[in-house]
Design a binder for this molecule. Structure first.
Ligand SMILES: NC(=O)c1ccc[n+]([C@@H]2O[C@H](COP(=O)([O-])OP(=O)(O)OC[C@H]3O[C@@H](n4cnc5c(N)ncnc54)[C@H](O)[C@@H]3O)[C@@H](O)[C@H]2O)c1
Length: 400
């Protein structure tokens, strides 16, 4: 026998949820992002930038705010400049790019901000404690290594670098030097993603069964990485953050359509070995932009639409029950379907990149380990590298 009770109601954003969930703490508060990274292990705490003399020549009691430089002013770097300037003011000391016209146009909006084409001028400047690297992926490793060797703390854009070997080396170097190494996995600082993790941790979805994500749009083709290395770091960092454990194996397919051998469409399948599977579709050729993630649990499921300005997350109180309570149920494998309310949790409005930048500043200032530290970056690169091997092997399953 099948039962189906269909009472679908959509709750307005911001109204209290029926199942006793708590409102997310103010995400602007850094307390909300202070939980330790789930994949970080051991290693000494990073050193602080130190107390600098106050104008009166006295040592201040609290560590001084770090002095930061942004390297790379293409598509993404100006967003880092905007956020670090909003948080640090004149402590955003300078920015750097190989192309002077990019520098000139960026610093026009920030009186007092210096620009240089010379990376050595940044690395040898004792007036800079930390650098944020927003250059193409194939330059991340060399720039980050040089910055760490020069005693700077480092924020690297996703993906951390081009290989597991490079990522390991950077993690070890940062630990040896006692410097902060953080990767900008921006979605981990997204209030919607944080709210989803809270919903999962509260047990509202029950055991997780599947995660299905579509991240597709037209362009932007990258010259140094394929669509997996460009877009999948977002999905991988979200999933690792949500489920708190790495996958056991993966399989990936892809095809290149951009006149080179870099895949522009790919499908990844991750198996967590305990009933949970995750599928990602990443694509640069779609005429429409879609950012959908479905998280399916035994009790409830949710849909996260990052492009919805109001109702980013919807929780569906539907699921199945496999009836095994009596002999008849076991013999006929009866499935009962349950469909109930749909509710829309309140998501605080805050720019994820602002929260990420504030977290980096706080970690450098206090010598604390970032939520998305080098080890979290390494974990994502490990999966990306395995996906690359699987694509080349026509979807061959790789054990991680
Ligand atoms: N977190 C996110 O959501 C997000 C979004 C977009 C891009 N990104 C990442 O940001 C990084 C940059 O991407 P982009 O799209 O801005 O690239 P881009 O090509 O538009 O810009 C890169 C800039 O770096 C400069 N550059 C290159 N080598 C340099 C060097 N050695 N020293 C100084 N400057 C150098 C280039 O001149 C260029 O201006 C990538 O890692 C990308 O994955 C992250």
């Amino acid at each position: 026998m099948r039962t189906c009770t269909k009472t679908v109601r959509v709750r307005a954003a911001g109204t209290p949820e029926p199942t006793g969930g708590t409102a997310l703490a103010n995400v602007e508060s850094l307390e909300a992002i202070r939980k330790p990274a789930r994949f970080s292990t051991g290693g000494p705490a990073p050193a602080r930038p130190g107390n600098r003399p106050s104008p009166a020549g006295q040592q201040s009691q609290t560590p001084a705010a770090p002095r930061v430089a942004v390297i790379g002013l293409g598509y993404w770097g100006p967003n880092l400049v905007r956020n670090f300037h909003a948080l640090l003011g004149e402590n955003l000391r300078c920015c750097c790019d190989l192309q002077p016209d990019r520098g000139r146009s960026v610093i026009r909006g920030y009186p007092g901000l210096r620009f240089t084409e010379d990376i050595q001028a940044v690395l040898t400047d004792d007036d800079i404690d930390a650098v944020a690297i927003a250059t193409p992926v194939d330059t991340h490793y060399a720039l980050a290594r040089a910055a760490l060797e020069a005693g700077k703390s480092v924020l690297i854009e996703k993906p951390m670098c081009s290989s597991v070997e490079q990522a390991r080396e950077l993690v070890e170097l940062a630990e040896r030097r006692g410097r902060v190494l953080m990767v900008d996995h921006t979605f981990v600082y997204n209030p919607a993603v944080r709210r989803i993790r809270q919903i999962i941790e509260e047990g509202q979805l029950g055991d997780l069964l599947f995660i299905d994500s579509i991240r597709i749009n037209l362009g932007l083709f990258q010259r140094d990485v394929n669509v997996v290395w460009d877009l999948a770091p977002h999905d991988l960092s979200i999933v690792l953050y949500l489920v708190g454990r790495p996958p056991r194996s993966l399989s990936a397919f892809g095809a290149a359509h951009g006149g080179n051998d870099l895949e522009s469409i790919a499908y990844l399948n991750l198996d967590f070995g305990d009933g949970l599977i995750a599928n990602f579709h990443v694509n640069w050729l779609s005429p429409v932009k879609i950012r959908h993630t479905v998280v399916g649990g035994r009790r409830r499921s949710l849909i996260y639409n990052d492009l919805d300005p109001v109702e980013k997350v919807k929780v569906y109180d539907s699921g199945i029950e496999v009836r095994q309570d009596d002999l008849e149920g076991r013999r006929r494998q009866l499935i009962e379907y349950r469909t109930g309310d749909i509710w829309v949790p309140h998501i605080p409005q805050a720019e994820p990149l602002r929260i990420m930048a504030a977290h980096f500043i706080e970690c450098v200032q206090n010598g604390t380990r970032p939520l998305t530290d080098g080890r979290a970056g390494l974990e994502v690169v490990r999966i990306l590298e395995a996906a690359q091997h699987s694509i080349k092997a026509q979807g061959g399953r790789i054990t991680l």
